[in-house]
Design a protein around this ligand. Structure first.
Ligand SMILES: Cc1cc2nc3c(=O)[nH]c(=O)nc-3n(C[C@H](O)[C@H](O)[C@H](O)COP(=O)(O)OP(=O)(O)OC[C@H]3O[C@@H](n4cnc5c(N)ncnc54)[C@H](O)[C@@H]3O)c2cc1C
Length: 432
């Protein structure tokens, strides 16, 4: 089995059991390490990671935030509140974590090595052949396997092997994000900011009003609203992680990363003074295009299968892209665990595909929905949204909320979801 990259520890082990050949993970990267800043690991993912034996590998690196606060862009006042501790452990049986990506990646890597998986770096796959199945590497080497699982990200080479629809793979979202971290010591030093670190928490500042609706610009020359800032502490409390989302539908190849810091400061000028101060502490940042994959009707062609962002890229507004990729890995492993030998692979793939396409599509839609709910300009829609979130901020009962982290029915399907159980159900249904 070949698999560019991660998320698939159990799938590798199951593939070995059912096909009797050792798993091999290939990545084009020259080192196994992850750049970037923080990542949230929600309960639907921690449940599976724990079963995979990751707890001891993650323990010293994860932070468990107590709550998520949604805040007004200008004042920082709380408008929505999700209690994560103890609620998520109690309701969903698994915690909600945040972590530095590098730590997450190295935990997965170490666990894979301990499970006997071979990981080969500097191995760029340039072609997938369904017959065999077989891969061709950039250096001309070829290799075949019982099955190939490709998790080669948004710019997937494998997707073209599987999706023959000829339709575009992505829809333009019109959003981009600045990603950055700030040393928490610098925040602690400032009495106006230090309260943010009193308890581990996620804080999200939402949207912004247009000063002049007709011209869609404000005195700072920014266009529209559609902004938010997501923050939390990672690296065992050492770094304050920030994702600053804003509208930008220009071509990323035209972006001048040199101006990123000044552009970012301009974009968020006039926001909560405390947030502006923290933005002022950012020393470097990268700007990232935000895309959403168009739901695909196939993830499988013969014994080649795609998963993760290659199959279902999504806006990061539910913080679920990697979590759904972890689900993919666990679900594939579960499906492969049902077969006796390689002859069963097509059925295992078919059931995996049925279950996972539906699930990923729901998460893509929920992520797009947050792109609307979070970005109302000040006015009647924003007021209605904030009024609907009010009960959760003052401890009153509620049956629904535009905050999808709090909304009881979203919580159930999103965080209560057990990827392995869903595969079991689908297999039971498929049996005569
Ligand atoms: C701003 C932002 C915030 C986010 N926050 C969260 C969050 O809080 N929680 C969450 O769950 N998700 C989050 N996501 C989404 C998450 O980052 C992605 O969904 C996740 O990284 C996808 O993982 P992947 O393994 O499918 O692809 P990738 O992480 O893109 O990995 C692809 C791998 O394949 C390798 N590769 C690519 N092409 C080849 C090739 N031809 N040959 C060999 N190897 C190849 C690459 O080297 C790489 O290692 C966020 C995304 C963004 C942009």
């Amino acid at each position: 089995m070949f698999r560019p990259h991660r998320d698939c520890l159990r799938a590798s082990a199951e593939a070995r059991r059912s096909t009797n050949s050792p798993p091999l993970v290939l990545t084009k990267a020259n080192h196994v390490r992850q750049v970037g800043a923080g990542i949230q690991i929600p309960s639907n993912s921690t449940r599976l990671l724990s079963r995979l034996g990751l707890d001891p590998y993650l323990k010293e690196y994860v932070t468990e935030p107590e709550f998520i606060s949604f805040r007004r862009w200008q004042s920082g006042g709380v408008i929505g509140l999700t209690r994560l501790v103890p609620n998520f452990r109690e309701q969903f049986g698994s915690p909600y974590y945040v972590i530095h990506r590098a730590n997450f990646h190295s935990a997965l890597h170490k666990r894979a090595l301990d499970l006997g998986v071979t990981v080969k770096v500097a191995s760029r796959v340039v072609r997938y052949n369904v017959e065999g199945p077989r891969i061709v590497l950039a250096n001309g080497e070829t290799a075949s396997a019982d099955l190939i699982v490709a998790a080669d990200g948004v710019k997937s080479v494998a997707r073209g092997t599987v999706d023959k629809s000829g339709k575009p793979s992505f829809e333009k979202t019109g959003f981009a994000a600045y990603r950055a971290t700030v040393d928490v010591e610098r925040i602690k030093e400032d009495p106006e900011l230090s309260w943010l670190l009193e308890k581990p928490a996620l804080n999200i500042w939402l949207a912004q009003v247009w000063k002049d609706l007709r011209n869609r610009t404000d005195p700072f020359g920014r266009i529209g609203d559609q902004r938010h800032v997501m923050t939390y502490t990672i690296g065992a409390g050492k770094f304050f992680n920030m994702v600053l989302s804003h509208p930008d539908d220009s071509d990323p190849s035209t972006w001048d990363q040199e101006n990123t810091l000044s552009d970012m400061r301009r974009e968020f000028q006039g926001w909560d003074r405390r947030l502006e101060k923290i933005i002022g502490l950012i020393e470097e940042s990268i700007k990232w295009p935000l895309i959403s994959g168009v739901p695909l009707s196939r993830w499988v062609n013969g014994k080649v299968l795609i998963l993760g962002d290659a199959a279902h890229a999504m806006l990061p507004y539910m913080s679920q892209g990697a979590a759904v990729a972890v689900e993919d890995g666990a679900a594939l492993a579960r499906s492969l665990s049902k077969i006796e030998n390689a002859a069963g692979i097509p059925k295992a793939f078919r059931i995996f595909e049925q279950v996972r396409i539906k699930r990923a599509g729901m998460m893509q839609e929920a992520s797009l929905l947050n792109g609307k709910l979070w970005h109302f300009a000040d006015g009647p829609l924003q007021e209605a949204r904030d009024a609907a979130m009010k009960p959760e901020t003052i401890g009153l009962p509620f049956s629904h909320s535009p905050n999808q982290w709090s909304d009881p029915s979203t919580q159930l399907w999103c965080y209560g979801y057990d990827a392995e159980q869903e595969i079991d159900r689908a297999w039971t249904k498929s049996e005569p």
